[in-house]
Design a protein around this ligand. Structure first.
Ligand SMILES: [Zn+2]
Length: 448
């Protein structure tokens, strides 16, 4: 079997074929750095991470590119409100974003590009669109004409007639079609100190052009994979396709992978609805970032996931249970190699990254007493290269003095082969909630 991915463009699971064998170039829309990202945002970044880790697990060499939106209406407004420069303002939230993703074990993109540092590429792209007749100048900026692009809206399954019939609203009086979007926004006094003097005029880029310019800058004109949350399908990704394909005449993206929402009971988690939790919030409630990561793994990435503290608590307990079982695996060499489990795990990954199924495979492996402890640990290490849950990392256990003493007495008893006494002492240790694992070098006390 080979990797199958659900492609939004065809609305089917398709066998993944990269442009260059063995290599994958993928792009994901990054954060707008104007505030703390909420855990709903992080569900999407976790999808990127799972995709990247899955591809690496399957043997691909992955180049992952992500943008940082560090200039737009929100970042401009935020920096004015805080009275600091746009750069200082956005760098602050960019730093927080990466601290958060680090704590979630999200691997850093191969290339992270800031919008403000890729203006030249955007200008170049806009100029091509003007030259080819896809873009035009209006009073407040340069716009992309969606009527000129034949396949506009294919990704979102838009009915083109309906779109073009919508009337031009008053405040956008000189746009040719109300759906036309800004590639370049001319300077207004609200932009303060933030502008670029360019041959397109004084101003700043629109949001959509960023992703086309930055993805193609690193990955070339056609990308293997582009990811994003489902609410980006329209207009953002629809516009990315239009402007990129209009400029290059080539297919922009072969596989579009979109992740489902994180919902609250009352609907989508979003800043505008005021029902958001940040990672800091849930850590403040006694959860670990990896509890949230595990919670996300338990639902397929395309399904919507309902967030509640009950769900998060269940995930926390589930992860603790797994880690405990793993910590108590004996290092026996006896038993089978458990190859079947690694195969089943690989199959689940290949099936559109079915992580809930992959977790079940891990649970079955832990229960199987026929597999040797050594083989189990080696398989779990491979699985965790995708899960990213630190399954083999030992938690620092604080062992009470009483238990420590009993463990030492037991070790001495064992040394002089007084097994009756050592068994009695082991029982006492167990009653206190701890276990002892012996190896050639000595013993280790673990929490049960
Ligand atoms: Zn984007």
């Amino acid at each position: 079997m080979a990797l199958k991915l659900y492609n939004t463009l065809t609305r089917k699971k398709q066998v993944f074929k990269p442009i260059i064998e063995g290599k994958v170039g993928f792009y994901s829309c990054g954060p707008t750095v104007y505030n703390y990202a909420h855990i709903g945002n992080f569900r999407q970044f976790l999808l990127n991470d799972i995709l990247k880790r899955s591809l690496s697990f399957l043997g691909y060499k992955v180049t992952h590119v992500m943008n940082i939106t560090d200039v737009d209406d929100k970042t401009l407004r935020g920096s004015v409100k805080e009275g600091i420069s746009l750069k200082d303002f956005t760098r602050k939230y960019e730093k927080i974003f990466f601290e958060d993703t680090d704590s979630l074990n999200i691997l850093k993109p191969t290339n992270t590009l800031r919008a403000t540092e890729s203006i030249n590429e955007m200008i170049k792209l806009i100029k091509i669109l003007i030259d080819k007749g896809y873009a035009y100048k209006a009073s407040d900026g340069i716009y992309f004409s969606i009527d000129k692009f034949k396949n506009y809206g294919k990704l979102a399954n838009l009915q083109r007639d309906r779109k073009t019939k919508e009337r031009v609203s008053n405040d956008e009086y000189d746009k040719e079609n109300a759906q036309d979007f800004a590639l370049w926004k001319f300077y207004t006094p609200e932009d303060g100190e933030v502008f670029w003097e360019t041959e397109l005029g004084k101003g700043r880029p629109g949001w959509h052009i960023e992703c086309s310019a930055m993805s193609m800058k690193v990955l070339g004109e056609t990308l293997d994979i582009h990811t994003g949350a489902i609410d980006l399908i329209f207009p953002h990704h629809t516009n990315e396709i239009a402007q990129s394909e209009a400029a290059t005449g080539k297919k922009f993206v072969n596989y579009w992978v979109h992740g489902g929402f994180l919902n609250m009971k009352e609907g989508k988690m979003s800043k505008s609805l005021g029902n958001v939790y940040t990672l800091k919030d849930i850590v403040g409630m006694g959860f670990k970032p990896l509890d949230y990561r595990f919670m996300c793994l338990l639902t397929h990435y395309r399904s919507s996931l309902e967030f509640s503290l009950d769900n998060l608590t269940a995930a926390k307990k589930g992860l603790e249970g797994l880690k405990n079982k793993i910590a108590n695996i004996s290092l026996s060499q006896l038993g089978s190699d458990g190859e079947k489990y690694l195969k089943d795990f690989t199959k689940s990954i290949e099936d559109d990254m079915n992580m809930p199924k992959a977790v079940q495979v891990l649970q079955k492996l832990l229960k199987d007493e026929k597999v040797s402890g050594k083989a189990k640990l080696s398989i779990i290490e491979k699985m965790d290269s995708v899960f990213g849950l630190d399954l083999l990392k030992k938690e620092k256990v604080s062992v009470p003095e009483e238990v420590r003493k009993l463990a030492e007495e037991r070790w001495q008893a064992k040394k002089i082969k007084n097994f009756k006494l050592s068994d009695e002492l082991r029982d006492k240790i167990t009653k206190l909630g701890f276990s002892v694992a012996d190896s050639n070098e000595g013993y280790e006390v673990r929490k049960i």
